[in-house]
Design a protein around this ligand. Structure first.
Ligand code: ARG
Length: 419
């Protein structure tokens, strides 16, 4: 009998991807290589998940610790870009997908697989990220998305299939939420959250305490940056992985890092999303503060618009794309002198930056002060104002001569909505 073709499956151990193993064997006649990526998610044992895949008939199953790589090659770039989709979401899931895909593609090459499969639904963003990343790394691989293909609609359909085909199901009651998490935070969707009027129940959060229950005393942390990368906490040097883990604990125990938003998905759907990303939010906030101190004004202002575009590109699955690569080159150039220390104060759900210093600081006391040390040339301001407003002055004189209104307050505003 000829050997079967292989498929590399992104495996999480949950119901969807466990059913995928059986389905790929039965419906596509493929040998399944199940790959479990450790990106710092919560779990009850990754080896058990690996063994479960083998019991389900996978010919090979591997757990890969991707955490260091994820921190050093993905989170560093997200921090440099102060990455926040729609100004709120630090791209938790969007960052992990390309990181996982890189391993899936390498393993596909190693085992000679022509196929890669994932367990994403047809309605979310993650399918787009998986597939565009795979295509950009190896356009010859064929992608299979069983959940999009099979006829099962609900969780209970899948449970029926699982029972029929001997797929193990956890005895514990399934969470009503869809959760995706990693080092950079946790995304929580579905259940009661689908009504944007409902306040998120406290029990959806695991990385952050309720701000009301957080300690009554503030906690201060000094974050050291080297060329834009967080590299020490309270003077102690550590890897970015360790630093993010530690920061998740510190910010989390002070109730900082929760996000509740209505988000625009790629597929055109608005969805209600809750997140907790304590380290991500704190580190980006600290990083921005250091940039305020060290980046020249024109660079800082230009960077703000590129940051939006960077976040959009990564949200849309363009991690390996040429535009994002070009953005990274710009970001990298801006980070060369971003070395310094930022002091953050955590208190009952808040994080405030209360100090920053750097050898590359462009803050000049003698220019900024109103005291006797002032070196600023006040007289030069008059000429500056004359020239900077000359164009508008010419315009205003013309309008007055021609008798036209220059004041907006008299003109009736145009409304596009019904009055
Ligand atoms: N909406 C977020 C994003 O698109 C989170 C997705 C989380 N995925 C999940 N399977 N719950 O990045």
């Amino acid at each position: 009998m000829a050997a079967k073709d292989k498929v590399v499956l992104a495996y999480s151990g949950g119901l969807d991807t466990s059913v995928c193993i059986k389905w790929l064997q039965a419906n596509k006649n493929l040998d399944v290589v199940a790959v479990v990526g450790d990106v710092g998610q919560e779990h009850d044992g990754l080896d058990q998940i690996r063994e479960k895949a083998l019991r389900m008939g996978a010919v090979d199953s591997r757990v890969i610790d991707m955490r260091e790589d994820f921190a050093d090659h993905y989170l560093t770039k997200a921090i440099a870009a102060n990455a926040m989709y729609e100004n709120k979401y630090p791209l938790v899931s969007a960052l992990s997908r390309p990181a996982i895909v890189q391993y899936l593609v390498n393993i596909a090459h190693e085992v000679g697989a022509k196929y890669i499969a994932h367990g994403c639904t047809g309605k979310g963003n993650d399918q787009v990220r998986f597939e565009s990343s795979i295509t950009m790394l190896d356009p010859d691989l064929t992608i299979i998305a069983p959940v999009r293909e099979w006829e099962m609609k609900t969780r209970s359909d899948e449970i029926d299939y699982a029972k029929e085909h001997g797929v193990e199901i956890k005895a514990t009651k399934a969470s009503p939420y869809s959760i995706d998490d990693n080092l950079w935070g946790r995304a929580i969707e579905c259940g009661v959250l689908e009504d944007p009027w409902n306040e998120p129940p406290c029990d959806i959060y695991t990385m952050t305490v309720d701000p009301e229950a957080a300690p009554d005393k503030p906690e201060y942390v000094e974050i050291g940056f080297k060329q834009g990368v967080p590299s020490s906490l309270n003077g102690q040097e550590m890897s970015l992985l360790k630093l993010v883990e530690t920061m998740n604990v510190i910010a989390g125990r002070n109730g900082y890092g929760r996000i509740d938003m209505v988000e625009n998905r790629m597929v055109g759907v608005k969805s209600r999303e809750c997140y907790e990303a304590p380290a991500a939010l704190a580190l980006i906030k600290a990083h921005k503060a250091l940039e305020d101190l060290c980046l020249e004004r024109e660079v800082l202002h230009y960077k703000l618009s590129i940051e939006q575009s960077w976040a959009d590109a990564v949200y849309r699955g363009q991690w390996f794309g040429p535009l994002k690569e070009a953005f990274d080159a710009f970001m990298h150039a801006t980070q060369k002198c971003l070395t310094g220390t930022v002091r953050a104060k955590f208190y009952k759900g808040s994080c405030t930056i209360v100090g920053n210093k750097s050898a590359y600081s462009l803050y000049d006391y003698t220019l900024a002060t109103y005291d006797a040390a002032d070196q600023f040339n006040h007289k030069a301001a008059a000429g500056f104002i004359e020239l900077t407003s000359l164009s508008a002055k010419t315009w205003a004189a013309n309008r007055r001569r021609e008798g036209a209104q220059t004041s907006l307050t008299d003109s009736k505003p145009q409304h596009s909505c019904a009055e």
